[in-house]
Design a protein around this ligand. Structure first.
Ligand SMILES: [Zn+2]
Length: 353
């Protein structure tokens, strides 16, 4: 979107009340967060951190939703999915993906103060007592830390150039796609072998665990922390075991990721886990195969991470969501929630939403 939309058009549409009038009557809207940047955290990669919002922005967004919309609980949406119960007008469901530690330490306290609850999509990996970071985030940091040069990864049949940031980012995404075809131990082996290949010390990433703000930004919730989140009145859904691109996997691996995560999380929190959010959540990573698997694994509904906002159609196993990013102004946020942004964009590009 051009800056004039962000700075002029969206604020005008929001201030005139047009956006919320437009949202009226369109079932419900789901927003996706990925956590809150922890207090004292600095020096991150802007692109990597672009999905986490500031505490101030989260609070302003929640206050807008409470004032002009109707924030519903995850259980109300489950009743809508399972029993066909109606939701209130202008209903908005809050969700948050990945289950980073800051969900508990920095986000949940704000949700509590504002009196709203949220559906947190955690990894099956978080059901263990010792949880590490997301493998694709660790991989990204590793590629940023690698000395500039060209590298060949024989096992994957790939050669990459790691010099400027754009090259590192593109190599990273190609590796994420490739490594998604493997299981988690193989991915961890690859990361370790690459560390050695890059000549980085064993402790190259120790700041992420030793520094508290870094730990909250990058660490995954563990079993106890997951329970604490539930004790604070939050709900937990599954985001698969380890966050691969499911469409890249064999059916056997994808099925394990989807079905085993449910049982592990239920065991950890002692409550039914009825919702799934597909990792990455775009049409390239989710096919009808994954949607069928979600249903077969016993989930009541499953969420994409695109196409959200009022007025969208709501297939139970491909529920659209508004992906909230760090750079969204409040009026831009409302343009997404109202469905205006989605419809306007699809008119511009001629694409069907
Ligand atoms: Zn995710």
């Amino acid at each position: 979107m051009s800056p004039i939309w962000k700075r002029v058009v969206y604020p005008w549409l929001a201030n005139s009340g047009y956006l919320r009038r437009r949202a009226d009557g369109g079932a419900f809207c789901v927003v996706t967060y990925h956590g809150v940047l922890p207090a004292g955290y600095q020096g991150g990669d802007p692109q990597q951190d672009g999905t986490l919002v500031s505490a101030g922005n989260l609070r302003r967004q929640l206050q807008l939703l409470k004032e002009c919309y109707h924030v519903v609980s995850p259980e109300q949406v489950r009743d809508w999915a399972v029993e066909g119960k109606e939701l209130p007008e202008l209903a908005v469901l809050l969700t948050c993906d990945d289950g980073l530690l800051n969900a508990l330490t920095d986000m949940a306290p704000i949700l509590r103060e504002e009196g709203v609850s949220c559906l947190f999509f955690a990894l099956g990996a978080s059901a263990a007592q010792k949880a590490r970071m997301l493998w694709y985030e660790e991989l990204y940091l590793l590629l940023l830390a690698a000395p500039a040069g060209g590298y060949t990864f024989g096992a994957l049949g790939m050669t990459v150039e790691l010099r400027d940031r754009a090259q590192r980012r593109s190599a990273w995404w190609n590796l994420v796609k490739k490594l998604s075809q493997y299981d988690q131990p193989a991915r961890e082996d690859f990361i370790e072998a690459s560390r050695i290949q890059f000549g980085l010390p064993d402790q190259w990433n120790s700041e992420r665990t030793n520094n508290e703000a870094q730990r909250r930004r990058f660490g995954l919730l563990n079993r106890d922390e997951l329970r604490q989140l539930v004790d604070l009145g939050m709900s937990v859904g599954s985001h698969t075991l380890n966050h691969p691109i499911l469409s890249q996997q064999t059916s056997e691996l994808a099925w394990r990721e989807i079905s085993e995560s449910r049982g592990l999380l239920e065991d950890a929190i002692g409550k039914p886990v009825w919702a799934l959010a597909y990792p990455f959540g775009d049409p390239a990573s989710v096919t009808t195969r994954e949607m069928q698997m979600a249903q077969q694994a016993g989930f009541e509904c499953a969420f994409m991470n695109i196409g959200g906002g009022f007025g969208a159609s709501l297939p139970r196993f491909a529920l659209p969501r508004v992906h909230v990013t760090a750079d969204m102004s409040l009026s831009e946020f409302e343009a997404h929630v109202s469905g205006f942004h989605r419809d306007f964009r699809s008119r511009l590009t001629g694409a069907t939403p």
